[in-house]
Design a protein around this ligand. Structure first.
Ligand code: COA
Length: 142
């Protein structure tokens, strides 16, 4: 199933800080010397999960990663911020947009949007089966 556009009932807080910030290290590189895409995807998954927790999901599984676009390469020494936005909260699933922005070099004002993706998580019970998300009245910083 493809995520629908924003549900009008969904809370859509815009955070003034990213879910995660990571400094890229040489160990994260691919054969070309730039950052391996799988490393970025792993952080995207974590950032989206943090956003899902902010919205009320507790025990969740990633069910799909979609609309992944690597716009620009990421380099060793880049400071990558993973910004999140809740696009939709369904019965048991939650759709999060993650945007990765890089600060490169000495100038903190010089930012480059490098990657974006849409991730769907399913809230599950202890039995691993989908269970309804209890939305928070006031989403909080996880
Ligand atoms: C997540 C999982 C429990 C869902 O089970 P399921 O039987 O497909 O669940 P359902 O059909 O009842 O769907 C549950 C919700 O997920 C959504 N969903 C299911 N498949 C989806 C997909 N491919 N893309 C987007 N949403 C999907 C459904 O729309 C539904 O949302 P809603 O309740 O908000 O309407 C099951 O697919 C699973 O265990 N997958 C493995 C997850 C995992 O291990 N992730 C880590 C990867 S290493």
């Amino acid at each position: 199933m493809t995520a629908e556009p924003r549900d009008s009932e969904s809370p859509q807080p815009r955070w003034n800080e990213p879910a995660i910030r990571v400094l890229m290290m040489p160990r994260d590189t691919n054969a070309h010397g730039t950052i391996f895409g799988g490393v970025i995807l792993s952080y995207i998954d974590q950032a989206g999960a943090i956003e899902a927790r902010r919205q009320g999901s507790r025990l969740m599984l990633t069910v799909s990663m979609d609309k992944i676009v690597f716009h620009e390469p990421v380099f060793v020494g880049d400071l990558v911020s993973f910004w999140t936005e809740t696009l939709r909260i369904g019965t048991t699933s939650i759709t999060i947009k993650v945007v990765c922005e890089v600060i490169r070099g000495a100038d903190p004002q010089k930012k480059v949007m490098v990657t974006e993706a849409q991730v769907v998580y399913v809230n599950v019970g202890d039995d691993g089966k989908p269970t309804p998300i209890k939305r928070r009245a006031n989403a909080y910083s996880a």
